[in-house]
Design a binder for this molecule. Sequence first.
Ligand SMILES: [Zn+2]
Length: 184
Amino acid sequence: MKKINKDILTWVIIILFFTLIIIAYNQVNNKYTDFGEDAALPAELHPIVEEKKDILLKKASKIGITVIITEKVRSIKQQNELYRQGRVKEGDVVTHAKGGESYHNYGLAFDYALENQEGELIWDIHYDGNNNDKSDWFEVADLAKDMGFTWGGDWHHFKDYPHLQMDFGLSIRQLKNGLRPKAK
Ligand SMILES: [Zn+2]
């Protein structure tokens, strides 16, 4: 009798184990699509990122901040060109990502700037146009972070203040291998 109970228990554990693996696999499958290594790169922002970007602009506008999106999707070529800046080309280093290594390449990132009262595009992170003693730039970053964005200003190795991205839990390596977040 005892022997049978033990056998049953062993089987229950084995079945439970495989059920959990199947559930985990399906959850990954529900969130992502695997297009393989030759996966095409998007020409536009991911629909969810696009939608959230618009909501962010509205939220900022409600507290008196005009946000301007300066960059969305970048091709591999554009990314490589940008990588050259400040290295083999004149200018400041603005990215540490080569082609294929930026979330911009996968439509999952965009950059922002502000518009001041004179209607000029500015990158002044201390600007307080809505006069609430808080930096408008940081206020926008906080709104974005509340919506699930990662802000480049929080990075330690290289502060990228204009940069916002939504990675959906995918690493650059996974994106390179062709995994893409599903649209809905
Ligand atoms: Zn960026």
